[in-house]
Write a protein that binds this ligand. Structure first.
Ligand SMILES: Cc1ncc(COP(=O)(O)O)c(C=O)c1O
Length: 347
């Protein structure tokens, strides 16, 4: 039985032997005492990369997002984000539970809204009945939007609206590096536009654990306190930070390979009669929908019986996420599997 090809997410990757070696060689200390030199190196490196003042290493992207929302808002405030946003859909209601804030959802194009939409949904401060709009949150790439990338010019316009109305701007950049390589942009293009940025090392970059929150010294000092409150202080975390440093050095440019693999699968899907629609592939995520009558559960079972694990995104939609543990040969096997007649059988 050949090894399962797992395209459920880019979070399923295992550290490469070279990454493991870097982890084993890490110099560590107790990071809750601020004594882990490798964590400090990672935080400094990331802050410099984005041209921001400081960074905080956290166990997960959910935690970096939730800490950022906590820092920017007070109970009763409102967060403006897209209806597809991970912070809204997939963080356990954390915006309400951790920050006591409510959410104003925008309907964007695959998760990307416009500055004008933001402007139209800001509650005036003098309106006593309304929640105070306090924070705008963007996700790049948009996971549920099929890895869609934002247009930097639109983000600049949103920044201007935020400044005009005294709103903070947060970026859920769990897959920001995918957007950067796809669009030939630099981290500094983003660092100058956001009050806080969350980046994940544990997705396409292939580290086993870890995310970073970036911001000003003042914001990161507050974030440090909330990380403690949420139980996210880690002790000899340098072993994990070393994986993150290795990923930043070696795994950024290779994301292009994942994008190419995703495009190969997209091309195949577009030729298949049982596929109703495919979101245009921009990065490493492929989201497509099955024609009515074809059960997604059954389809996923069939794929699995042929050695491919994928996931459902609700309704008729299926998601494939390409990553460093899927070889070109395995992409070929996925294509062959998709062509098999029984995969498309509804019974
Ligand atoms: C866009 C986005 N933001 C945040 C997260 C949360 O990351 P974590 O699983 O590390 O909490 C994810 C996870 O898949 C994600 O896709």
């Amino acid at each position: 039985m050949p090894e399962m090809i797992d395209v459920r997410s880019d979070t399923v990757t295992r550290p490469t032997p070279a990454m493991l070696q870097a982890m084993m060689a890490a110099e560590v200390g107790d990071d809750v005492f601020g004594e882990d030199p490798t964590v400090q190196r990672l935080q400094q490196r990331a802050a410099e990369l984005f041209g921001m003042e400081a960074a905080l290493f956290c166990p997960s992207g959910t935690m970096t997002n939730q800490i950022a929302i906590r820092v920017h808002t007070r109970p009763g405030d409102e967060v403006i984000c897209d209806e597809l946003a991970h912070i809204y859909l997939y963080e356990g209601g954390g915006i309400a539970a951790n920050s006591g804030a409510s959410v104003r959802l925008l309907k964007g194009d695959r998760g990307r809204f416009t500055a004008e939409q933001v402007r139209q949904h800001i509650n005036p401060r003098e309106e006593v009945h309304a929640a105070w709009s306090r924070l705008v949150a963007i996700e790049n790439t948009v996971n549920k939007g099929g890895g869609a990338c934002w247009d930097l010019a639109e983000i600049r316009r949103i920044r201007a609206v935020c400044e005009e109305h005294g709103l903070a701007l947060h970026l859920d950049g769990a897959r920001l590096f995918n957007a950067l390589v796809a669009r030939d942009e630099s981290p500094k293009d983003y660092g100058c536009l956001f009050d806080t940025i969350s980046i994940c090392l544990s997705k396409g970059l292939g580290a086993p654990v870890g995310s970073l929150l970036l911001g000003s010294r003042e914001i990161i000092a507050k974030a440090h306190r909330y990380r403690k409150m949420m139980g996210g202080g880690m002790r000899q975390a340098g072993y994990l930070a070393a994986a993150g440093l290795y990923a930043l050095d070696h795994h950024v440019q290779r994301l292009r390979e994942d994008h190419e693999k995703a495009r190969t699968i997209e091309r195949e899907l577009r030729a298949l009669s049982y596929v109703a629609d495919v979101l245009p592939v921009e990065t490493n995520i492929v989201i497509f929908s099955l024609v009515d009558g074809l059960s997604p559960t059954r389809f996923l079972e069939k794929l699995r019986s042929h050695g491919v694990r994928a996931s459902s995104m609700g309704g008729q939609t299926i998601r494939f996420v390409l990553h460093l543990n899927v070889s070109n040969e395995q992409v070929g096997s996925i294509v062959e599997t998709l062509r098999k007649a029984d995969v498309a059988a509804s019974a």
